[in-house]
Unconditional design. Structure first.
Length: 165
């Protein structure tokens, strides 16, 4: 019943990160874990910048770089038993016109939370997935910036914040 922020997956993947072992343990022990398309996009972005690693794996698998990124993401989803959940309602009418719903909701909470764009979007996904009856009660992250919105998450969304130290 946890939403997994990309940062915890990246920490688990990076052996040079002192939190790697703890991140892996959390991902292995937590039972019900949800990721969004934003998590998938962020993973693709991180992997695409790991030239040497990506090239080595692509050569071993006999795949091009794009397919290798997809293969690694699929592996991570299975390895950590992550559940991808998309948003069913795709757009929302706003004073600016029709906007993709996660972005529209992130715009609405931006002035309240003062977070970076991707962090706002993760919170938006949590909110929308809960509205679509996904039983998310915890945000698991390695991103300390979420600490500044801990009260908001608990009071407004009923989300417990779990930050990897």
């Amino acid at each position: 019943m946890s939403y997994v922020d990309t940062s915890i997956i990246v920490a688990a993947l990076d052996p040079s990160d002192s939190r790697s072992g703890d991140a892996t343990k959390i991902l292995e022990e937590e039972t019900y874990k949800v990721i969004s398309e934003l998590t998938i996009l962020e993973l693709a972005s991180v992997l695409s910048r790991k030239w040497r690693l990506l090239s080595d794996i692509a050569d071993r698998l006999g795949l091009d770089r794009g397919l290798t990124i997809i293969a690694i993401i699929l592996y991570l989803i299975r390895r950590f038993n992550l559940r991808y959940r998309g948003i069913k309602t795709l757009s929302k009418t706003t004073p600016l016109g029709r906007i993709y719903k996660p972005i529209a909701d992130a715009v609405e909470i931006a002035s309240t939370l003062n977070l970076r764009t991707l962090d706002l979007l993760h919170i938006s996904y949590i909110k929308l997935l809960r509205e679509e009856d996904e039983p998310i009660h915890k945000l698991i992250t390695a991103d300390k910036d979420f600490q500044t919105v801990k009260d908001y998450l608990e009071k407004n969304l009923g989300i417990h914040l779990s930050i990897l130290e």
